[in-house]
Design a protein around this ligand. Structure first.
Ligand SMILES: Nc1ncnc2c1ncn2[C@@H]1O[C@H](COP(=O)(O)OP(=O)(O)O)[C@@H](O)[C@H]1O
Ligand SMILES: [Mg+2]
Length: 294
């Protein structure tokens, strides 16, 4: 699906003393099959933006188009597009209301009017995709699960709808670091298999950087940076503007650069940074030698 955000402005409680501008003239495009991260400090407008993309809010000004159709319109066409956008909210427990995990995940597919065997197949597939054994978890009570398991169930419920666009708002909140890596790896595998668009909202820059190809950085309701992961992560000034800390590797390279080491600032992963330091060390030691990059 092609998503177009045009001059999007959103004011909460307009015309009241509590009025709050959450988005100011945002312009963005998302192509089919992209994996994108949206980062920025709390209150920067990330959640408001993704709710607009899911057609859940009406813009104060501007518009959001899903394959050319107004996202929030009350037409059958718009409704059909919205059904193809899956949004997982920040607090999964707010979305749980069935008595078993199976029924919880089956809820959406049932509303699509699928027959029971297709529903059961989708529920199993979705639970397996998020790393929960259907035999073990299918009969459990959703609200008695751990935070991390609940999050996986909520995600399975959305995957079972086979969305063409999947948006996750803080997908790893409540998960330990191993659980985080596991779920992000599963989401990446799912995206590669389906070719859907994956949008991850997070303030864990390091963590989503491994999954997405592009990062949009928000601050104060505006887009302050948008580009390939490398470019955004290796721009310490831009990160500062968004009140985010650069990955440790970038900090290290920057410190070496400040100490007159001729390092290049285009890597952020531990291995890339180590390789760049080794290359630079070689250059310093033997300035006339050919660089031995490999
Ligand atoms: N339902 C709401 N009513 C009033 N103000 C809101 C509401 N939701 C968010 N806001 C305000 O809008 C701004 C952007 O919030 P939000 O989109 O939730 O940002 P983020 O997800 O980046 O933390 C914040 O100032 C927030 O306080
Ligand atoms: Mg938010």
């Amino acid at each position: 699906m092609h998503i177009r955000v045009e001059n999007l402005t959103h004011v909460y409680a307009p015309g009241t003393p509590a009025a709050r501008t959450a988005l100011r003239g945002v312009n963005l495009e998302f192509g089919p099959g992209e994996r994108v991260g949206i980062v920025g400090p709390t209150g920067s407008g990330k959640s408001t933006l993704v709710q607009h993309i899911a057609g859940l809010l009406v813009p104060t000004a501007g518009r959001v188009l899903l394959d050319g159709v107004l996202a929030h319109a009350r037409t059958p066409e718009a409704r059909a597009r919205r059904h193809q956008v899956g949004l997982a909210f920040q607090f999964p427990e707010d979305q749980m209301f069935e008595l078993t995990v199976f029924r919880e995940v089956a809820f959406g597919p049932r509303h699509l009017g699928l027959d029971e065997s297709e529903i059961a197949a989708r529920v199993r597939w979705a639970l397996e995709t998020v790393g929960l054994d259907p035999e073990v978890f299918g009969g459990r009570v959703p609200l008695a699960l751990s935070g991390g398991e609940m999050r996986r169930v909520a995600l399975a419920g959305i995957l079972a709808l086979r969305p063409r666009v999947l948006i996750l708002d803080e997908p790893t909140a409540g998960l330990d670091p191993r659980g985080r890596e596991d779920i992000l790896e599963r989401l990446r595998a799912w995206q590669e298999e389906t070719g859907a668009t994956l949008i991850l909202v997070s303030h864990h820059l390091d963590e989503i950087a491994r999954v997405v190809g592009r990062v949009i950085m928000m601050a104060g309701g505006e887009v302050v940076n948008d580009g390939p992961v490398r470019q955004v992560l290796c721009d310490p000034e831009g990160l500062c503007r968004a009140n985010l800390s650069p990955p440790p590797g970038v900090v290290l390279l920057e410190a070496l650069g400040a100490a007159q080491w001729p390092v290049r600032m285009d890597g952020w992963g531990a291995e890339e940074v180590a390789a760049e330091i080794a290359r630079t060390w070689e250059r310093i030691r033997k300035p006339d030698a050919e660089p031995s990059g490999s």
